[in-house]
Design a protein around this ligand. Sequence first.
Ligand SMILES: Cc1cc2nc3c(=O)[nH]c(=O)nc-3n(C[C@H](O)[C@H](O)[C@H](O)COP(=O)(O)O)c2cc1C
Length: 182
Amino acid sequence: MTELMALIRTRRSVRAYADRPVERDKLEALAEAVRLAPSACNSQPWRVVFVDEPELRAAVARATCTGAVNFNRFALGAPAFAVLVLEAPRLTAALGGLLKRRDFPLLDVGIASAQFCLRAAELGLGTCMIGWFDERRVKKLLGIPGHKRVALLVSVGYPATDAPTRDKDRKPLDETRSYNRY
Ligand SMILES: Cc1cc2nc3c(=O)[nH]c(=O)nc-3n(C[C@H](O)[C@H](O)[C@H](O)COP(=O)(O)O)c2cc1C
């Protein structure tokens, strides 16, 4: 198996973290994996805001488990977050997206996030993408301008336990691919 395929196979959402900070040079390596991601018209419509200051981090974690939602309570134990902010795309990507009704920036950030998580796995870090959060609260906490959107949060930390060895819970290949016809 290639190293890439091994990473793809073993990367999982990690929701339990060791009580250990994530070094800034590791966070820089993750930022670099995002920076090099492909994007429509090479727009690069993202900015990563890392949150590792303890009080701020706790406040961001609380913003992921608001209201009746408690499935993100694990975030309270995450030593760091990456907050992926959507930046304005290049005009060509914006126009193309309008004409073709495609949300290119969101696709771009999705790809960048995947690179982020795979690079994290390579560095021995665990991540979990978090799509459920109080966007307004996160923006206020981090000084993100009101008109911008936060696409995704990713929790980051050293895993508390070894990765499970069982297969991933996925649809069978036959349900997810075909050739030449839908
Ligand atoms: C866009 C997106 C949003 C997600 N939001 C959450 C979330 O809010 N809370 C959570 O615990 N997991 C979240 N996940 C993680 C998924 O539940 C997880 O990727 C999926 O169950 C597959 O498991 P795996 O990552 O371990 O392979 C999110 C994943 C993606 C891609």
